[in-house]
Design a protein around this ligand. Structure first.
Ligand code: NAD
Ligand code: LMR
Length: 327
């Protein structure tokens, strides 16, 4: 029995993500929470002929607590998306408080659930959730994940196009964080190797496209938001990996933005001394089973990792301070 909860379920990501979770036989109960429209979304999904029972909740009458009761996996795509000209950090002002309040609900109602954070800026919202869980003495770093899967999906798609390989077969670790230069694709480790002639400006353009793929969608949507459908695909893919590993499937490895203790920092190496970082993680029954090293990097990749660290540090400190700084 697996109960999945989507917080922000009526949104651009929330609805297709909930659809994909409803479609999965791995989910037996699905609770949808948002400040609007969840009764309708839940009624609609509940007609789909899969075993899970779908319920919608709104804030009145303790709707958040009711949605979260008995949760095994909580996915959070609640919050505002970017418009052209904005950075993800510009969303902090609104989304930090939303994520804090939802994390408080998780700490009180389902502290053992796996928590998957999609709301931007991920580099800061994941530390916010960690600090809230710490304040309630229920922080388990193995159970908190920043969802960076869309960067991985983009890398597979773009490299699949270049190498004329089925993108679903292309595996590329994308490490660091989830914004601009903090997104570091390790293209030298691609399961579909790029041709050796693919270097210089061509390689730089590919790295830039993976780092700034979100901007491409924001620009194309022209004020109507950011990636929703590809994010729902990526979010469902990662959530179902977490669920499959929790159910005992072995060998599931995926990059995700997780807490690094000192041992993990030295394992990841390459000057990574930040408290949160996306790296390959082996998932297991209790969440993070093993944090993997970055492996062998090219000089260019080493430079990209080094360039990611200062922005990551600032983003992480900002999230931590939001919860702990005196008001
Ligand atoms: P959206 O505006 O379409 O949907 C957000 C939903 O959150 C809305 O339905 C809204 O009612 C709900 N919401 C707002 N406050 C809430 C609260 N307090 N409790 C519960 N629900 C609340 O936005 P979207 O396009 O779905 O994007 C959502 C977030 O995901 C944004 O912050 C966006 O930047 C982020 N995002 C992250 C990634 C990633 O790779 N991690 C990718 C795409 C988008
Ligand atoms: C993305 O990478 O598409 C998301 O983080 C949304 C955004 O703001 O670009």
């Amino acid at each position: 029995m697996v109960k999945a909860v989507v917080l922000g379920a009526a949104g651009g990501i929330g609805q297709p993500l909930s659809l994909l979770l409803k479609a999965s036989p791995l989910v037996s109960a699905l609770a949808l929470y948002d400040i609007v429209n969840t009764p309708g979304v839940a009624a609609d999904l509940s007609h789909i002929a899969t075993p899970s029972k779908t319920e919608g909740f709104l804030p009145p009458d303790d709707g958040l607590a009711k949605a979260l009761t008995g949760a095994d996996v909580v996915v959070i795509p609640a919050g505002v998306p970017r418009k052209p000209g904005m950075t993800r950090d510009d969303l902090f002002k609104i989304n930090a408080g939303i994520v804090r309040d939802l994390a408080t609900g998780i700490a009180k109602t389902c502290p053992k659930a796996f928590v998957l954070v999609i709301s931007n800026p991920v580099n800061s919202t994941v530390p916010i959730v960690a600090e809230v869980l710490k304040k309630h003495s229920v922080f388990d770093p193995k159970r908190l994940f920043g969802v960076t899967t869309l960067d991985v999906v983009r890398a597979s798609t773009f490299v699949g196009e270049i190498t004329k390989t089925d993108p679903q077969q292309v595996v590329i670790p994308v490490v660091g964080g989830h914004s601009g230069v903090t997104i570091v694709p390790l293209l030298s480790q691609s399961s579909a190797p790029l041709p050796s002639s693919f270097a210089g400006a061509e390689l730089d353009a590919l790295i830039h496209r993976i780092q700034f793929g979100g901007d491409e969608v924001v620009k194309a949507k022209d004020g109507a938001g950011s990636a929703t459908l590809s994010m729902a695909y990526a979010g469902a893919e990662f959530a179902l990996k977490v669920i499959r590993a929790a159910k005992g499937e072995k060998g599931i490895i995926a990059p995700t933005y997780v807490y690094l203790d000192d041992a993990a920092k030295s394992l990841v190496g390459n000057g990574v001394d930040v408290d949160f970082f996306s790296t390959n993680v082996e998932l297991g029954p209790d969440g993070v089973k093993e944090i993997k090293s970055l492996g062998s990097l090219t000089d260019k990749e080493k430079a990209l990792v080094a360039a990611a660290i200062p922005e990551l540090k600032t983003n992480i400190e900002k999230g931590v301070a939001f919860i702990n700084a005196p008001k």
